[in-house]
Design a protein. Structure first.
Length: 77
């Protein structure tokens, strides 16, 4: 179980100003960041309830979260 906060600000503190800027100025970034936040919140909630990690839907959610994070990081750089 992982109760770590995977928010963009926590994982990429060096890009905090850039995250804020892109959320305001880049519609695609804002949409992806919102999807990432909602998905991360859902995954962490399920993790805290000890949902089995072998659940296919749960694994797909975690994979999508990683994909979004990678995409957002590329946009930040």
């Amino acid at each position: 179980m992982s109760d770590l906060n995977h928010s963009l600000y926590e994982d990429f503190p060096q890009y905090a100003a850039r995250i804020r800027q892109l959320k305001e100025e880049n519609e695609t970034f804002a949409r992806l960041a919102s999807e990432y936040h909602k998905l991360d919140h859902s995954v962490r909630g399920l993790e805290m309830r000890n949902i089995p990690t072998s659940d296919d839907n749960f694994e797909q959610m975690k994979q999508r979260r990683v994909q979004l994070k990678d995409q957002l990081l590329k946009m930040l750089q």
